[in-house]
Design a protein around this ligand. Sequence first.
Ligand SMILES: [Fe+2]
Ligand SMILES: [Fe+2]
Length: 361
Amino acid sequence: MNLAKRSFANRRVLLASDRADRSEDLAAILVKAGEVEQMSTYDMPEDPAGNYAGVVVDIDLSSLSSVQMVRRKLTSKAYEDVPRLFVLSDALHRESTQAWSLGATDTIRWPFDARAIQQRLAMSFPEREEEIEAGVILNDGVSAAQDVLVKIFDKLPAGVPLTFKDISQAEDKILKSLRGSSLRQWLIAINKHHSRTFRHSLFVTGFAVAFAQHLGMRDSDQRRLARAALIHDVGKAFVPAAILDKIEPLTPEEESILSAHARVGFDTLGSQGDFPPEMLDVVLHHHELLNGTGYPEAIAGQEITDIVRMITIIDIFSMLVEERPDSPAMSHADAFAAMENMKDEIDQQILQAFRPIALGV
Ligand SMILES: [Fe+2]
Ligand SMILES: [Fe+2]
Protein backbone atom coordinates (compact mmCIF):
# COMPACT_ATOMS: atom_id res chain seq x y z
CA MET A 1 0.00 0.00 0.00
CA ASN A 2 1.27 3.45 -0.84
CA LEU A 3 1.13 5.11 2.54
CA ALA A 4 2.03 8.58 1.37
CA LYS A 5 -0.78 8.53 -1.12
CA ARG A 6 -3.22 7.12 1.37
CA SER A 7 -2.57 9.66 4.08
CA PHE A 8 -2.79 12.41 1.51
CA ALA A 9 -6.16 11.09 0.45
CA ASN A 10 -7.31 11.35 4.05
CA ARG A 11 -6.79 15.10 4.06
CA ARG A 12 -8.81 17.57 2.13
CA VAL A 13 -7.79 20.21 -0.31
CA LEU A 14 -9.52 23.51 0.13
CA LEU A 15 -10.43 25.00 -3.23
CA ALA A 16 -11.02 28.71 -2.69
CA SER A 17 -12.65 30.10 -5.76
CA ASP A 18 -14.51 33.04 -7.10
CA ARG A 19 -14.23 31.66 -10.62
CA ALA A 20 -17.40 29.63 -10.85
CA ASP A 21 -16.88 29.52 -14.61
CA ARG A 22 -13.87 27.24 -14.47
CA SER A 23 -13.43 25.94 -10.94
CA GLU A 24 -15.67 22.95 -11.62
CA ASP A 25 -13.08 21.64 -14.05
CA LEU A 26 -10.35 22.23 -11.53
CA ALA A 27 -12.30 20.48 -8.77
CA ALA A 28 -12.76 17.46 -11.04
CA ILE A 29 -8.98 17.22 -11.39
CA LEU A 30 -8.23 17.78 -7.71
CA VAL A 31 -10.73 15.22 -6.53
CA LYS A 32 -8.65 12.49 -8.18
CA ALA A 33 -5.92 13.17 -5.62
CA GLY A 34 -8.16 13.37 -2.55
CA GLU A 35 -11.16 15.00 -1.01
CA VAL A 36 -11.90 18.55 -2.13
CA GLU A 37 -13.87 21.20 -0.32
CA GLN A 38 -14.84 24.01 -2.60
CA MET A 39 -15.93 27.39 -1.26
CA SER A 40 -15.85 31.07 -2.05
CA THR A 41 -12.93 33.05 -0.69
CA TYR A 42 -15.42 34.80 1.57
CA ASP A 43 -16.32 31.47 3.19
CA MET A 44 -12.78 30.30 3.84
CA PRO A 45 -12.51 29.36 7.52
CA GLU A 46 -10.67 31.82 9.75
CA ASP A 47 -8.78 28.93 11.27
CA PRO A 48 -8.00 25.93 9.03
CA ALA A 49 -6.47 24.18 12.09
CA GLY A 50 -4.66 21.41 10.25
CA ASN A 51 -7.77 20.33 8.37
CA TYR A 52 -6.36 20.84 4.92
CA ALA A 53 -3.39 19.50 3.00
CA GLY A 54 -3.32 22.88 1.32
CA VAL A 55 -5.31 25.56 -0.43
CA VAL A 56 -5.77 25.96 -4.15
CA VAL A 57 -6.70 29.56 -4.90
CA ASP A 58 -8.59 30.21 -8.11
CA ILE A 59 -9.55 33.86 -8.14
CA ASP A 60 -9.36 36.81 -10.47
CA LEU A 61 -5.92 38.04 -9.50
CA SER A 62 -6.41 41.24 -11.44
CA SER A 63 -9.36 42.24 -9.23
CA LEU A 64 -8.37 44.23 -6.20
CA SER A 65 -11.41 43.21 -4.14
CA SER A 66 -10.84 39.51 -4.86
CA VAL A 67 -7.21 39.79 -3.85
CA GLN A 68 -8.00 41.70 -0.68
CA MET A 69 -10.50 39.11 0.44
CA VAL A 70 -8.07 36.26 0.20
CA ARG A 71 -5.09 38.29 1.42
CA ARG A 72 -6.68 38.86 4.80
CA LYS A 73 -7.09 35.12 5.30
CA LEU A 74 -3.86 33.89 3.79
CA THR A 75 -1.61 36.35 5.58
CA SER A 76 -3.14 35.55 8.97
CA LYS A 77 -1.25 33.48 11.53
CA ALA A 78 -3.75 30.63 11.20
CA TYR A 79 -2.77 30.06 7.55
CA GLU A 80 0.95 30.47 8.11
CA ASP A 81 1.75 26.79 7.61
CA VAL A 82 -0.83 26.03 4.95
CA PRO A 83 0.74 25.53 1.51
CA ARG A 84 -1.07 27.28 -1.33
CA LEU A 85 -1.27 26.86 -5.06
CA PHE A 86 -2.47 29.75 -7.20
CA VAL A 87 -4.14 29.50 -10.57
CA LEU A 88 -2.85 31.95 -13.15
CA SER A 89 -5.01 32.74 -16.15
CA ASP A 90 -2.22 33.72 -18.44
CA ALA A 91 1.38 34.65 -18.42
CA LEU A 92 0.66 38.18 -17.20
CA HIS A 93 3.45 39.23 -14.96
CA ARG A 94 1.08 41.13 -12.73
CA GLU A 95 -0.86 38.00 -11.84
CA SER A 96 2.12 35.96 -10.81
CA THR A 97 3.46 38.87 -8.77
CA GLN A 98 0.18 38.99 -6.87
CA ALA A 99 0.33 35.25 -6.31
CA TRP A 100 3.84 35.38 -4.88
CA SER A 101 2.93 38.32 -2.70
CA LEU A 102 0.18 36.14 -1.22
CA GLY A 103 2.76 33.53 -0.34
CA ALA A 104 2.23 31.15 -3.28
CA THR A 105 3.96 27.82 -2.81
CA ASP A 106 3.60 27.27 -6.53
CA THR A 107 1.35 28.27 -9.42
CA ILE A 108 -0.65 26.36 -11.99
CA ARG A 109 -2.07 27.66 -15.23
CA TRP A 110 -5.39 27.78 -16.90
CA PRO A 111 -6.30 26.05 -19.24
CA PHE A 112 -5.81 23.10 -16.96
CA ASP A 113 -3.56 20.14 -17.57
CA ALA A 114 -4.64 17.37 -15.20
CA ARG A 115 -1.31 15.57 -15.01
CA ALA A 116 0.70 18.72 -14.42
CA ILE A 117 -1.70 19.86 -11.72
CA GLN A 118 -1.52 16.55 -9.90
CA GLN A 119 2.26 16.66 -9.96
CA ARG A 120 2.33 20.18 -8.59
CA LEU A 121 -0.17 19.22 -5.96
CA ALA A 122 1.92 16.28 -4.76
CA MET A 123 4.98 18.51 -4.53
CA SER A 124 3.34 21.52 -2.97
CA PHE A 125 1.26 19.73 -0.38
CA PRO A 126 3.76 17.27 1.08
CA GLU A 127 2.83 14.84 3.77
CA ARG A 128 3.53 15.85 7.29
CA GLU A 129 6.05 13.49 8.81
CA GLU A 130 3.95 12.55 11.79
CA GLU A 131 1.07 11.58 9.51
CA ILE A 132 3.26 9.25 7.52
CA GLU A 133 4.57 7.85 10.79
CA ALA A 134 1.01 7.29 12.09
CA GLY A 135 0.13 5.60 8.79
CA VAL A 136 3.05 3.20 9.12
CA ILE A 137 2.14 2.34 12.71
CA LEU A 138 -1.49 1.82 11.72
CA ASN A 139 -0.48 -0.39 8.84
CA ASP A 140 1.84 -2.46 11.03
CA GLY A 141 -0.98 -3.17 13.45
CA VAL A 142 -3.51 -4.06 10.77
CA SER A 143 -1.00 -6.36 9.04
CA ALA A 144 -0.09 -8.06 12.32
CA ALA A 145 -3.78 -8.70 13.02
CA GLN A 146 -4.31 -9.94 9.49
CA ASP A 147 -1.40 -12.34 9.75
CA VAL A 148 -3.01 -13.87 12.82
CA LEU A 149 -6.34 -14.19 11.03
CA VAL A 150 -4.67 -15.96 8.11
CA LYS A 151 -3.33 -18.49 10.61
CA ILE A 152 -6.78 -18.88 12.17
CA PHE A 153 -9.02 -18.94 9.11
CA ASP A 154 -6.78 -20.22 6.32
CA LYS A 155 -4.02 -22.32 7.85
CA LEU A 156 -5.73 -23.92 10.85
CA PRO A 157 -8.46 -25.65 8.79
CA ALA A 158 -5.73 -26.83 6.42
CA GLY A 159 -4.12 -28.64 9.34
CA VAL A 160 -1.44 -26.15 10.39
CA PRO A 161 -1.41 -26.02 14.22
CA LEU A 162 -2.17 -22.73 15.93
CA THR A 163 -0.17 -21.69 18.97
CA PHE A 164 -0.78 -19.14 21.68
CA LYS A 165 2.36 -17.39 20.52
CA ASP A 166 0.89 -17.00 17.03
CA ILE A 167 -1.74 -14.76 18.58
CA SER A 168 0.22 -13.02 21.31
CA GLN A 169 3.09 -11.91 19.09
CA ALA A 170 0.73 -9.58 17.21
CA GLU A 171 -0.52 -7.84 20.34
CA ASP A 172 2.24 -5.27 20.65
CA LYS A 173 1.74 -3.94 17.16
CA ILE A 174 -2.03 -3.87 17.46
CA LEU A 175 -1.93 -1.97 20.75
CA LYS A 176 0.59 0.47 19.37
CA SER A 177 -1.41 0.90 16.21
CA LEU A 178 -4.56 1.97 18.02
CA ARG A 179 -2.61 4.20 20.41
CA GLY A 180 -0.65 5.92 17.65
CA SER A 181 -3.45 6.23 15.16
CA SER A 182 -7.16 6.18 15.92
CA LEU A 183 -10.02 3.71 15.94
CA ARG A 184 -11.53 5.66 13.08
CA GLN A 185 -8.43 5.18 10.93
CA TRP A 186 -8.32 1.51 11.90
CA LEU A 187 -11.92 1.00 10.81
CA ILE A 188 -11.34 2.81 7.52
CA ALA A 189 -8.26 0.70 6.82
CA ILE A 190 -9.97 -2.63 7.47
CA ASN A 191 -13.37 -1.90 6.00
CA LYS A 192 -12.21 -2.74 2.50
CA HIS A 193 -11.11 -6.24 3.45
CA HIS A 194 -12.53 -8.72 0.96
CA SER A 195 -13.47 -11.38 3.52
CA ARG A 196 -16.47 -10.70 5.70
CA THR A 197 -15.10 -13.00 8.42
CA PHE A 198 -11.70 -11.27 8.47
CA ARG A 199 -13.34 -7.88 8.45
CA HIS A 200 -15.55 -8.80 11.38
CA SER A 201 -12.63 -10.05 13.48
CA LEU A 202 -10.67 -6.89 12.64
CA PHE A 203 -13.65 -4.75 13.65
CA VAL A 204 -14.00 -6.56 16.97
CA THR A 205 -10.26 -6.27 17.60
CA GLY A 206 -10.23 -2.53 16.89
CA PHE A 207 -13.20 -1.84 19.12
CA ALA A 208 -11.88 -4.10 21.89
CA VAL A 209 -8.46 -2.46 22.05
CA ALA A 210 -9.88 1.06 21.77
CA PHE A 211 -12.29 0.22 24.60
CA ALA A 212 -9.50 -1.19 26.78
CA GLN A 213 -7.36 1.88 26.15
CA HIS A 214 -10.27 4.20 26.82
CA LEU A 215 -10.84 2.48 30.18
CA GLY A 216 -7.16 2.98 31.00
CA MET A 217 -6.59 -0.75 31.39
CA ARG A 218 -3.10 -1.99 32.15
CA ASP A 219 -1.08 -3.10 29.18
CA SER A 220 -1.48 -6.75 30.13
CA ASP A 221 -5.27 -6.38 30.21
CA GLN A 222 -5.31 -4.59 26.87
CA ARG A 223 -3.48 -7.61 25.50
CA ARG A 224 -6.00 -10.02 26.97
CA LEU A 225 -8.81 -8.19 25.25
CA ALA A 226 -6.91 -7.96 21.95
CA ARG A 227 -6.22 -11.69 21.88
CA ALA A 228 -9.77 -12.56 22.94
CA ALA A 229 -11.11 -10.43 20.08
CA LEU A 230 -8.77 -11.95 17.52
CA ILE A 231 -9.58 -15.51 18.50
CA HIS A 232 -13.27 -15.30 19.47
CA ASP A 233 -14.64 -16.64 16.15
CA VAL A 234 -11.94 -19.26 15.58
CA GLY A 235 -14.69 -21.84 15.10
CA LYS A 236 -15.80 -20.07 11.93
CA ALA A 237 -12.65 -21.44 10.32
CA PHE A 238 -14.58 -24.70 10.06
CA VAL A 239 -17.86 -23.27 8.80
CA PRO A 240 -18.18 -23.55 5.01
CA ALA A 241 -17.61 -20.27 3.16
CA ALA A 242 -20.93 -20.84 1.37
CA ILE A 243 -22.64 -20.28 4.72
CA LEU A 244 -20.36 -17.54 6.05
CA ASP A 245 -20.65 -15.48 2.88
CA LYS A 246 -24.24 -16.29 2.00
CA ILE A 247 -26.21 -13.19 1.14
CA GLU A 248 -29.72 -14.62 1.48
CA PRO A 249 -31.08 -15.58 4.92
CA LEU A 250 -29.71 -18.87 6.25
CA THR A 251 -31.88 -21.98 6.40
CA PRO A 252 -32.43 -23.45 9.88
CA GLU A 253 -29.89 -26.15 9.10
CA GLU A 254 -27.29 -23.58 8.01
CA GLU A 255 -28.07 -21.58 11.14
CA SER A 256 -27.23 -24.53 13.30
CA ILE A 257 -23.96 -25.16 11.45
CA LEU A 258 -23.03 -21.52 11.97
CA SER A 259 -24.05 -21.54 15.65
CA ALA A 260 -21.86 -24.56 16.21
CA HIS A 261 -18.80 -22.35 15.67
CA ALA A 262 -18.60 -21.56 19.39
CA ARG A 263 -18.33 -25.22 20.36
CA VAL A 264 -16.16 -26.14 17.38
CA GLY A 265 -13.80 -23.27 18.18
CA PHE A 266 -13.56 -24.33 21.81
CA ASP A 267 -12.80 -27.95 20.89
CA THR A 268 -10.24 -26.91 18.29
CA LEU A 269 -8.44 -24.48 20.54
CA GLY A 270 -8.49 -26.94 23.43
CA SER A 271 -6.81 -29.55 21.27
CA GLN A 272 -4.04 -27.12 20.28
CA GLY A 273 -2.76 -27.35 23.83
CA ASP A 274 -1.32 -24.11 25.09
CA PHE A 275 -4.20 -21.63 25.15
CA PRO A 276 -5.13 -20.17 28.56
CA PRO A 277 -8.56 -21.13 29.97
CA GLU A 278 -9.71 -17.53 29.62
CA MET A 279 -9.39 -17.66 25.84
CA LEU A 280 -11.25 -20.95 25.70
CA ASP A 281 -13.96 -19.33 27.82
CA VAL A 282 -14.33 -16.44 25.35
CA VAL A 283 -14.43 -18.76 22.34
CA LEU A 284 -17.06 -21.03 23.89
CA HIS A 285 -19.25 -18.40 25.53
CA HIS A 286 -19.24 -15.21 23.45
CA HIS A 287 -22.81 -15.92 22.26
CA GLU A 288 -24.19 -16.55 25.74
CA LEU A 289 -26.63 -14.00 27.15
CA LEU A 290 -26.91 -12.92 30.77
CA ASN A 291 -30.54 -14.05 31.04
CA GLY A 292 -29.66 -17.55 29.94
CA THR A 293 -31.10 -17.38 26.41
CA GLY A 294 -27.81 -17.60 24.54
CA TYR A 295 -25.82 -20.56 23.23
CA PRO A 296 -24.21 -23.10 23.29
CA GLU A 297 -24.66 -23.83 27.01
CA ALA A 298 -27.35 -21.31 27.96
CA ILE A 299 -25.36 -20.27 31.04
CA ALA A 300 -26.46 -17.10 32.82
CA GLY A 301 -25.52 -14.24 35.17
CA GLN A 302 -22.42 -14.83 37.26
CA GLU A 303 -21.43 -17.82 35.16
CA ILE A 304 -20.48 -15.36 32.44
CA THR A 305 -17.11 -13.69 33.09
CA ASP A 306 -16.34 -10.02 32.56
CA ILE A 307 -14.09 -10.53 29.58
CA VAL A 308 -16.78 -12.61 27.87
CA ARG A 309 -19.37 -9.92 28.63
CA MET A 310 -17.14 -7.31 27.03
CA ILE A 311 -16.41 -9.36 23.93
CA THR A 312 -20.10 -10.18 23.54
CA ILE A 313 -21.02 -6.50 23.57
CA ILE A 314 -18.27 -5.58 21.12
CA ASP A 315 -19.13 -8.56 18.92
CA ILE A 316 -22.81 -7.62 18.66
CA PHE A 317 -22.03 -3.95 18.10
CA SER A 318 -19.54 -4.82 15.36
CA MET A 319 -22.02 -7.09 13.60
CA LEU A 320 -24.59 -4.32 13.60
CA VAL A 321 -22.34 -1.59 12.21
CA GLU A 322 -20.38 -3.64 9.68
CA GLU A 323 -21.27 -3.32 6.04
CA ARG A 324 -23.19 -6.34 4.90
CA PRO A 325 -24.05 -7.42 1.39
CA ASP A 326 -27.71 -7.98 2.26
CA SER A 327 -28.47 -4.81 4.18
CA PRO A 328 -26.96 -1.39 4.77
CA ALA A 329 -24.80 -0.95 7.85
CA MET A 330 -26.59 0.46 10.87
CA SER A 331 -25.47 3.82 12.19
CA HIS A 332 -23.47 3.65 15.40
CA ALA A 333 -26.20 5.50 17.27
CA ASP A 334 -28.93 3.10 16.07
CA ALA A 335 -26.79 0.08 16.89
CA PHE A 336 -26.11 1.39 20.37
CA ALA A 337 -29.81 2.10 20.94
CA ALA A 338 -30.69 -1.42 19.74
CA MET A 339 -28.29 -2.82 22.29
CA GLU A 340 -29.78 -0.73 25.08
CA ASN A 341 -33.03 -2.43 24.12
CA MET A 342 -31.46 -5.82 24.68
CA LYS A 343 -31.95 -5.04 28.39
CA ASP A 344 -30.98 -8.00 30.62
CA GLU A 345 -29.49 -10.02 27.78
CA ILE A 346 -26.22 -8.13 27.99
CA ASP A 347 -24.37 -6.24 30.71
CA GLN A 348 -25.89 -2.78 30.46
CA GLN A 349 -23.23 -1.25 32.73
CA ILE A 350 -20.46 -2.38 30.45
CA LEU A 351 -22.51 -1.19 27.50
CA GLN A 352 -22.68 2.32 28.99
CA ALA A 353 -18.93 2.30 29.57
CA PHE A 354 -18.59 1.40 25.90
CA ARG A 355 -20.73 4.37 24.81
CA PRO A 356 -17.87 6.84 24.14
CA ILE A 357 -16.17 4.31 21.87
CA ALA A 358 -19.36 3.26 20.13
CA LEU A 359 -20.49 6.80 19.45
CA GLY A 360 -17.10 8.46 19.24
CA VAL A 361 -16.20 7.28 15.74
FE1 LIG B 1 -19.18 -15.73 17.06
FE1 LIG C 1 -17.99 -12.56 16.19
